[in-house]
Design a protein around this ligand. Structure first.
Ligand code: ATP
Ligand code: MG
Length: 545
C-alpha cells in the first residue's frame, strides 16, 4: 500500500515526540477492537488512522483483540475482524490478545495492593454508585478502604481462587474519593465473573476492568501512541495513573480523536447485533449494514473507504459526516474501473412494427466512456424492452424520452418513434408499438437529425432475467429525530439484462447504464436466480428536478 500522505494533529504530536527523542525514535500504534461484534465503518477510521500512522513513520501497528470481557466475545468476531483489516489493505505487525496478559495484569494488581494503592471492597454495585458522589459533590470513602495490605492480598487471592460469587467483591484503586474527575474516585480494577473465556477457558474467574487493562496492554506491547476516541479523554488521568503506579520505562501516550458519526447510520456493535438478532437484516454482512463486511459485500472498495477516511480527516471535536460523502468516494473509485451494461429494471415491451420479423442484428456499443475499454456487440431485434420509467403517456413539460409521437435514440441502434400505446383490461400500459428509421443505424449520428433523448434497451429474445436489489438507507429518522429501521430499505426489481451480464464474475462491479453501479451477490443468487445488488446509484439529473 502507498505511504499515507495525510497529516493531522496526532502526527504533529508524534513529530514533536520524535524531535524530542522520545521512545528512541520509534512509533508503535495498535488497533484494539473488542471481539464482540463485526467492525463498522467507524472502525475503518480508527484502522486507517492507526495503521496509516505507523506506515507514515515507518513504525509498527499491532492488531490487538481487547478480550477482557468473557461474556460477549466470540471467535467468529475475531476472524471477521482480521478479514476486515486485511481487506482495507493493512497488515499488522503482531496479532495479539489482551487475554495473553492476564498473568501480568494480575501481578500488577498485586503490586498495587502491596504499595497500598488498591484494596478489596465489599460494597454492592448500588452502594458503590451511591458512594461515588456526583459532579457537584465529592464521593464518600468505602468502609473497606483501609483494610490492611495482608488482608487485601489474601482476599484478592481468594477472589482469584473462586471463593466468592460474582459481584461479592471487587478490587479498587485507592486514589481520591474527592477528585473532581469521577473516574479517579477509587475506580474498579478487577471484578469477579465466573464465565468461560474464548481464549483462557476457565482459568480465570476474575477479569480486569477496561481502564486498568488497556494502559497495561499498551505498556506491555511498547505502544508509543495509544490513539482512542474522545469519550476516553476523562479517563486519561486514570490511564496515566495505572502506568505510573505499575512502573514502566516507556510510558505510552494516550491521544484522543473524534469518532466518526455518519448521517442516517447507527454505529454501535451492540445496536447492529440487535438488528441481526431481530432478523431486521439477513446478517452482519447484509449489504445494507454499515459493517465492513456489509459494505464489502455491497461492492464498496477498500480504495473508496480509505479515500473517505482521508477526506474526513482527524479532529478533536465530534461532528457528523454526510453519508453522501462516502457514496461520492465509492462513485469516484468505480467510475474508472467499471464497464457499462444495459439493463432494463422495470421492463416495458417495445415492438418495432417496420423492423423485419425474423432479423436479429448486432449493435456496436461502447464498453465505457473511456475509449480504451473498446466496444461490444449487443443483439437487437423487433422485440425489445425499455424501462417503464423512460415512458410517459402524457409527458410533463421538458420530457424528451418515450411518449406518443416522440422520437428517441435507442442507444447505439436507431431512432424509434412511439406510435401506439397498448393497454391491458386494467388500463395499464403493457406495450409500445414503435417504428424505426433504418437511416439512423449506429445511433443516428450520421442522420443529420437530432433527438434529445437517448435511452437504453434490451433485446427481448436474448434477454437475461436477473433480480436486482436496490438498497436504500437502512435507517430513517422518526418524528423525534431518532434513527429507526427503514421498512423500505430494499426494493426488488425483476429486470432484464443484455446477455453479456451473465459473464460477469462474482464481486465484479459493473455500471448499469443510466442506473448506477451494481455487483452480483453470490450469497443471494441460486442456480435458478441471479441476484445483483446496487452498490450506489448515479446522480440522476432528472430525479433532482
Ligand atoms: P462499539 O460501541 O461500536 O462497540 P467500540 O468503541 O466499543 O465501538 P471497540 O471494539 O472498542 O469498539 O473499538 C476499537 C477501536 O475502534 C477503538 O479504538 C475505538 O475507539 C475505535 N472506534 C470505534 N468506533 C469508532 C468510530 N465511530 N469512529 C472512530 N473510531 C472508532
Ligand atoms: Mg465496546
Amino acid at each position: 500500500m502507498a505511504e499515507q500522505e495525510f497529516t493531522n494533529f496526532i502526527h504533529n504530536i508524534i513529530d514533536k515526540d520524535l524531535a524530542e527523542g522520545l521512545n528512541g525514535g520509534k512509533v508503535v500504534t495498535r488497533f484494539p477492537p473488542e471481539p464482540n461484534g463485526y467492525l463498522h465503518i467507524g472502525h475503518a477510521k480508527s484502522i486507517c488512522l492507526n495503521f496509516g500512522t505507523a506506515l507514515k513513520y515507518g513504525g509498527k501497528c499491532n492488531l490487538r483483540f481487547d478480550d477482557t470481557n468473557p461474556v460477549k466475545e466470540d471467535t467468529e468476531y475475531v476472524e471477521s475482524i482480521e478479514e476486515d483489516v486485511r481487506w482495507l489493505g493493512f497488515e499488522w505487525d503482531k496479532l495479539l490478545y489482551a487475554s495473553q496478559y492476564f498473568d501480568i495484569m494480575y501481578d500488577c494488581a498485586v503490586k498495587l495492593i502491596k504499595a497500598g494503592k488498591a484494596y478489596v471492597c465489599d460494597l454492592t454495585a448500588e452502594q458503590i454508585r451511591e458512594y461515588r458522589g456526583t459532579l457537584k459533590e465529592p464521593g464518600k470513602e468505602s468502609p473497606y478502604r483501609n483494610r490492611s495490605i495482608e488482608e487485601n492480598l489474601d482476599l484478592f487471592e481468594r477472589m482469584k481462587n473462586g471463593e466468592f460469587p460474582d459481584g461479592a467483591k471487587i478490587l479498587r484503586a485507592k486514589i481520591d474519593m474527592a477528585s473532581p474527575n469521577i473516574n479517579m474516585r477509587d475506580p474498579a480494577l478487577y471484578r469477579i465473573a465466573h464465565a468461560s473465556h474464548h481464549m483462557t477457558g476457565d482459568k480465570w474467574c476474575i477479569y480486569p476492568m477496561y481502564d486498568f487493562a488497556h494502559p497495561l496492554e499498551d505498556a506491555i506491547e511498547g505502544v508509543t501512541h495509544s490513539i482512542c476516541t474522545l469519550e476516553f479523554e476523562d479517563h486519561r488521568p486514570l490511564y496515566d495513573w495505572v502506568i505510573r503506579e505499575t512502573g514502566w520505562e516507556h510510558p505510552p501516550k494516550q491521544i484522543e480523536f473524534a469518532r466518526l458519526n455518519l448521517t442516517h447510520t447507527v454505529m454501535s456493535k451492540r445496536y447492529l447485533k440487535a438488528l441481526v438478532d431481530n432478523g431486521d437484516v439477513t446478517g452482519w454482512d447484509d449489504p445494507r449494514m454499515p459493517t465492513i463486511a456489509g459494505i464489502r459485500r455491497r461492492g464498496y472498495t477498500p480504495e473508496a473507504v480509505r479515500d473517505f477516511c482521508e477526506r474526513i480527516g482527524v479532529a478533536k471535536a465530534n461532528s457528523t459526516v454526510e453519508t453522501e460523502l462516502l457514496e461520492y468516494c465509492v462513485r469516484e473509485d468505480l467510475k474508472n474501473k467499471t464497464l457499462s451494461k444495459m439493463v432494463v429494471m422495470d421492463p416495458l415491451k417495445v415492438t418495432i412494427r417496420n423492423y423485419p420479423e425474423d432479423q436479429t442484428e448486432m449493435i456496436t456499443v461502447e464498453n465505457s466512456k473511456n475509449e480504451e475499454d473498446g466496444v461490444r456487440q449487443v443483439p437487437f431485434s423487433r422485440d425489445l424492452y425499455a424501462d417503464r420509467s423512460d415512458f410517459m403517456e402524457v409527458p410533463v413539460k421538458g420530457y424528451f424520452r418515450l411518449f406518443p409521437g416522440n422520437e428517441v435514440r435507442f442507444k447505439g441502434a436507431y431512432f424509434l418513434t412511439c406510435e401506439e400505446v397498448i393497454k391491458d383490461e386494467n388500463g395499464e400500459v403493457v406495450e409500445l408499438i414503435c417504428t424505426y428509421d433504418p437511416e439512423t443505424a449506429g445511433g443516428g449520428t450520421n442522420s443529420g437529425r437530432k433527438v434529445k433523448g437517448t435511452i437504453h434497451w434490451v433485446d427481448a429474445r436474448t434477454a437475461l432475467p436477473i433480480t436486482v436489489n436496490a438498497y436504500e438507507s437502512l435507517f430513517i429518522d422518526d418524528e423525534e429525530g431518532n434513527s429507526v429501521v427503514n421498512p423500505e430499505s430494499l426494493k426488488v426489481f425483476h429486470a432484464f439484462a443484455e446477455p453479456s451480464v451473465g459473464e460477469l464474475g462474482a464481486g465484479e462491479a459493473v455500471q448499469f447504464f443510466r442506473h448506477g453501479y451494481y455487483v452480483r451477490d453470490e450469497k443471494f443468487s441460486t442456480p435458478e436466480e441471479t441476484v445483483f445488488g446496487r452498490i450506489v446509484d448515479l446522480k440522476s439529473s432528472w430525479k433532482k428536478k
